[in-house]
Design a protein around this ligand. Structure first.
Ligand SMILES: Cc1ncc(COP(=O)(O)O)c(C=O)c1O
Length: 433
């Protein structure tokens, strides 16, 4: 082992079964490698670098705030920059009157949303509502609570670590439910009604759900009408709906929120994170609808679960404002057309060589491949100048593939490069198999 390798082994981060590369510069979706070559980031980092790297707008915002002041607790220093962020963010996602809790990452956003949902339903109903229901194909973060709640067993292999919690209903996707219902449709939401009714609605605070699946299954899209039915079922029973849009929020799926693809499924709360900080800062934001937000400040309510030392860090807010500046500068008509071209190019690969399925929408796709071909395909793609996020997810045996999710401000040329390189990699693998 050389010196780099032995030091690398002591740094406890995720690794992959192929070498990483050294980066000496970056611009938009492109990383410049130490060997002088360039590689395009087809994964937006970890599905977060949504406006690319080295953004002048983000840099300006951070510099301006840096010279103003770099820290101030919101209880002491008037949180003007956080208020500006709250207003911009709420308007951007079409929920202008929501209240907002800020956190430092997606996991903490989910934790705060869980705490707020319990506070709200308890003060409203005077009962001990507490259960949070999640689906069998879900990921909601890496704290003990969120790992225990979610359906991603690969991240929590030992059943005893579920803390007696665990997913409560099947996700409406073929690998986890299709074999039972034949073909998933909106009626799969009735499984949630059954679960709520068998536990007793008075014990349940919320259903927590990713409106479009992220990396656990590889960009599964729910059947039409499913999310609306989930909302109806919950509303009828006084259960809140929380959409985890940590990954999908802020145009990743082509719309400001993934739920905007369907009518009638506005949630009570939305959690945003990755696309808001866009890799420039850690951040999470929980948006709470005006119908329920006043209950959080009710005199009988429990204390706010939303206060961490860094939650209202001004440099974090500044970076997020720069990201919103970048997102709002995108020509949305061209962006939509580009997302459709990306989807069409990827769907054309369906059935070619190892590719078994292509799904997704906007700038988020799952390219599922036959078992054992994920890493050879990653290598072949990287040799052609593009890399992706690998998923090893749902079903038995577990499926595997690439999540294709380039930065949202990638150009036509960037997208053509990416799809051509992937197509060549798939073809090369097909030839060699
Ligand atoms: C849907 C979803 N929720 C929550 C999280 C956790 O966010 P973070 O890694 O920022 O804590 C993730 C991260 O991948 C996610 O995809």
């Amino acid at each position: 082992m050389d010196q780099y390798e032995s030091r690398r082994a002591r740094l406890l981060t995720s690794t992959r079964p192929m070498p990483g590369f050294e980066v000496v510069g970056a611009d938009g979706p492109w990383l410049h490698r130490a060997d002088g070559s360039h590689v395009i980031d087809g994964s937006s980092g970890l599905l977060c670098a949504n406006v690319g790297q080295n953004s002048p707008k983000v840099r300006t915002r951070i510099e301006e705030q840096f010279t103003r002041y770099t820290f101030g607790g919101a209880a002491v220093v008037q949180p003007h920059i956080q208020l500006e962020l709250m207003d911009r963010l709420c308007r951007a996602v079409g929920r202008p009157d929501d209240s907002v809790a800020l956190t430092t990452c997606g996991t903490l956003g989910v934790e705060v949303a869980v705490g707020l949902a319990r506070n709200i339903t308890r003060v409203r109903d005077g009962k001990q509502r507490g259960d949070i229901l999640t689906s069998s194909l879900s990921y909601h973060g890496n704290s003990a609570l969120t790992l225990a709640l979610a359906g991603n067993h690969a991240r929590r292999p030992r059943p005893e670590d579920a803390l007696g919690l665990g997913p409560a209903f099947p996700a409406p996707y073929p690998p986890t439910h299709g074999h039972e219902c034949g073909r998933c449709d909106a009626s799969c939401a009735d499984e949630i009604a059954k679960e709520i009714d068998s536990r007793g609605a008075q014990n349940i605070a919320a259903v927590l759900i990713e409106p479009v699946n992220g990396t656990t299954g590889g960009a599964y899209v729910p059947p039409d009408g499913y999310l609306r039915r989930v909302s109806e079922i919950c509303r009828e029973r006084g259960v809140l709906v929380i959409h985890d849009e940590v990954l999908t929020g802020l145009w990743r799926t082509g719309t400001a929120l993934a739920s905007h693809h369907w009518e009638g499924c506005e949630p009570d709360m939305v959690i945003l994170s990755k696309g808001l900080g866009a890799g420039y800062t850690g951040v999470g934001a929980v948006l709470v609808s005006p119908e329920i937000a006043p209950l959080i400040r009710h005199e009988d309510a429990d204390p706010l679960p939303a206060m961490g030392t860094m939650a209202t860090h001004p440099l974090m807010a500044a970076a997020c404002l720069g990201v919103l500046d970048d997102l709002e500068a995108i020509d949305m008509a061209a962006f939509t057309a580009r997302g459709e071209r990306l989807g069409a190019a990827l769907r054309a690969l369906n059935g070619v060589g190892p590719v078994q399925d292509v799904r997704g929408l906007g700038f988020l796709y799952g390219v599922e491949v036959t078992q054992g071909t994920l890493w050879p395909l990653m290598k072949a793609a990287e040799a052609r100048g593009v890399f992706f996020y690998p998923f090893t997810g749902a079903g038995r045996p577990t499926s595997e593939g690439l999540v294709v999710a380039p930065p949202l401000n990638s150009t036509d040329e960037d997208i053509s490069f990416l799809t051509t390189a992937l197509c060549e990699a798939v073809t090369a693998l097909n030839r060699n198999s």
